[in-house]
Structure formats: C-alpha cells, structure tokens
Design a binder for this molecule. Structure first.
Ligand SMILES: O=C(O)C(=O)C[C@H](O)[C@H](O)CO
Ligand SMILES: [Mg+2]
Length: 402
C-alpha cells in the first residue's frame, strides 16, 4: 500500500482552516487539520514544500515510522509550525488506518472508556450581568460545564468577550487589532463574576475561567485564592508557562485546580508541570501537539501523576481536530473534559462530520475513521482571508500577553 498524493486545502468558511488530504493507491483517503491561527500559510508551505513530496510512495500504515521520520528527520525539533504539520499527517494516516480496518478510530486506541464526552462551552458578556445571563443560556442548552469570561470596566476588549452568543472568533482583522489589559481592574472584577454566578445558579454546574497568560505568578496565586469559595473546575493559563518553576508559587497559595497547555507542542513542554504535579489538567491537543500518536504519550505521562486531559477545542481547531479529539477522549482513561466552541454553519457544511451534541456531552460517531471529511467543491468557494489574533497593551502602551 502506498501514498499516492498529498494535498493541502485552504478554506475560509468564516475563518481560515488548513487541511491535509492524503490519498492512497487503494482508493482510501484520510484528512488531517493543520490550522495555526493567524500563521496559517507558514504551515501550508511547511507541508507543500517540505513534507508532502517525502510522503509519496511511503506505506501509510507505518504511522509511527512516518511520525519519527518527520520529527527526527527535520533536525529542527518542536515548534507550532512543525508540530501542526506532523499532526496533520498523523491524523490523516490514522483516519486511513481506521477506514481500512472498518472501525471508528477509538476502537484502534483500545475501545471505549466512557459512553460520552463532557464538554464545556464559552459564556461571555461585556459585563457581569451579561455573562451571568449567557451562563444561564448555556445551562438551558444542557451544558454541565461552562467557561465564564467577562468584559472588565476600564479594559478595552478584555479577552474572551465575543460578539455573538454561541460563536467566539478573535482572529478578525487583516492586521492585529489592539486590545487593553489592566490586572488591578481584572483582579477586582473577576471574583465578583463568580460570586454572582454561584449566588444565581448554585453549585450544580462546573465553572471554568481562562486567565490567558496575563497574570504574574503572584497575581495568579492571588486570583486562585480569591476564586476558591466558588469551586472552579479549573483556572486556565493563570500565568505564562515558559518559566514553569513559577507554577510552584501559584500552587503553594491556592487549591483552585489549574489547567495549562493549549500552546504546548510536545511532551517536553508538559513534562515538568506534570511530574511536579503543578497542574491538574493538561490542555495539549491533537492539532497542537503532533497528532494522536504524540498526544497519547502526553496523556499516559499525565496519568502517572493523576493529571487529567482537557483538550483545547476553540473554533480555530477545525472539525477534523474536534472529531479526532472525541475519539481520543472516548478512549483516554484519564479524561477530564473537552472544550467545545461551536463552529459556524458554513464551517460545518464544509466539514461534514458524524459527531453530535446532546445534554452537555459530545458523542463521537461510529463511521470508520475519525468521522470527518471535507467537501472540496464547497471549500473552494471560501478563499483564504488574512486574519490575525489581537495584541494586548497596557494603559501606558507597553505590550502585554494577549
Ligand atoms: O479556547 C481557549 O481556551 C483559548 O484560549 C482560545 C485561544 O485564544 C485561541 O485558540 C487562539 O487562537
Ligand atoms: Mg485558553
């Protein structure tokens, strides 16, 4: 069996997605997601110029060997561009293998560990009142877990505050737009949101919050401590995770559970936080961290330390990643939760898929493979549109973490 063709499809049904399609001499094809929000074309070039030519003629069943060939063979290791390209190849090959086996992907991983996958949705509003209302709408939709973000008086376009109710899309400008940040104001306002949420809806639902790398370790510890009475499911990216020693300070001061890892690209980024038990949930995901082959290693390491998974699932991860993540989530023993931001209808049409949402849970389908495909004719109707994530600046003009 041989790989006959590998092509990259760029489409923008509301936002940009990069998809790799691998075709075999047996008529079976597989697809993988290679989307890197705001830097999409760099992965297109990595695949078209440096990876795809080397795939032709290879045996698509040798997934592990091809993974190692692309990782070790590049010499230049890790990084978001390399690892997304590898992830796209890896997922397309697993799709092919599962289709050849006539099985849904989770069966090849070892079968079901659970019946359904608990997800969290994104509730946001321009102030506490609006966010409380948005959380209520998610509760009405059946969600068991909800991430709550609020605008903060005095901060221009605080992180996480979308324009629509169910869809949140920060990458919306041809050049990065400038948003603001002020830790003092956020530390005063955010705990009040969670107090109001618990007073309004009680403690039956899981609540989550994303600090989006903005607090210093001391400020993050302070926030975690102030949020303790409201029993969050997790506080995410409370401080930047380049210097992972910093998490010791956060951990010493708060028992609020911590989640990190949506920008991690390999097990090496996760290792110290996991082994030192400085986090409770690892957010690495299929497209970000080298595909199913590599994410499974991260999950197994995490299991040794009672760290659970919480795969990133924002809208910049295509339905291909969501479908594959759901097969992973259905199998992985140390599952925690799955993020689920709904894609737009146009995106769902371009990527027909068999997963479905009911009562706060996502269910992966039983179609052989990962259950997601791409309608190439429809995809061609939505050409690439440059779109960037915003940047953040403090009031005095200093650059800050977006
Ligand atoms: O979903 C989250 O937790 C995020 O932080 C979303 C990110 O801002 C988004 O994926 C960036 O492209
Ligand atoms: Mg996040």
């Amino acid at each position: 069996m041989q790989i006959q063709a590998a092509k990259v499809i760029v489409t923008s049904p509301g936002r940009n997605f990069v998809t790799l399609k691998i075709e075999t001499d047996q008529g079976v094809h597989g697809i993988g997601d290679a989307t890197l929000n705001g830097r999409e074309l760099s992965v297109v070039s990595y695949l078209e110029d440096h990876v795809n030519p080397a795939l032709i003629g290879k045996d698509p069943r040798r997934i592990e060997d091809i993974w190692q060939y692309l990782y070790r063979g590049a010499y230049w290791r890790r990084g978001p561009v390399t690892m997304r390209a590898i992830a796209a190849v890896d997922v397309a090959l697993w799709d092919i293998k599962a289709k050849m086996a006539g099985m849904p992907l989770y069966q090849l991983r070892g079968g079901r560990s659970r019946d359904k996958v608990m997800v969290y949705g994104h509730a946001n509003g321009s102030d506490i009142g609006e966010t409380v209302e948005a959380v209520g709408e998610y509760i009405d939709l059946g969600y068991k877990a909800i991430r709550a973000q609020t605008g903060v008086p005095g901060i221009k376009d605080a992180y996480g505050v979308g324009r629509g109710k169910l869809h949140y899309e920060p990458a919306d400008a041809e050049l990065p737009s400038v948003t603001g940040w002020d830790t003092r104001k956020a530390l005063d306002y955010v705990p009040k949101l969670f107090e109001k949420l618990r007073n309004t809806y009680g403690y039956d639902h899981h609540l989550l919050h994303d600090g989006h790398h903005r607090y210093t370790p001391q400020e993050a510890a302070n926030l975690g401590k102030m949020l303790e009475p409201f029993q969050l499911f997790w506080l995410e990216d409370c401080t930047a995770a380049e210097n992972q020693e910093a998490f010791k300070l956060v951990r010493q001061h708060t028992v609020t559970p911590l989640a990190v890892g949506e920008i991690f690209t390999t097990i090496w980024d996760c290792k110290d936080l996991i082994q030192n038990q400085l986090i409770d949930y690892i957010r690495a995901t299929i497209v970000g961290a080298g595909g199913l082959t590599h994410l499974r290693r991260i999950a197994d390491l995490a299991a040794l330390y009672q760290v659970r998974t919480g795969c990133h699932g924002a809208t910049d991860l295509s339905p291909v990643t969501m479908g594959t993540a759901l097969h992973f989530d259905t199998w992985v023993p140390n599952f925690g939760i799955q993020e689920y931001m709904r894609h737009t209808e146009a995106t769902d049409e371009v990527f027909p898929h068999d997963y479905s949402f009911a009562d706060g849970y996502l269910h992966c389908g039983e179609t052989p493979g990962h259950g997601v495909d791409i309608d190439e004719d429809l995809a061609a109707k939505y050409p690439y549109k440059p779109a960037y994530l915003p940047v953040a600046r403090l009031e005095d003009g200093s650059m800050w973490n977006w």
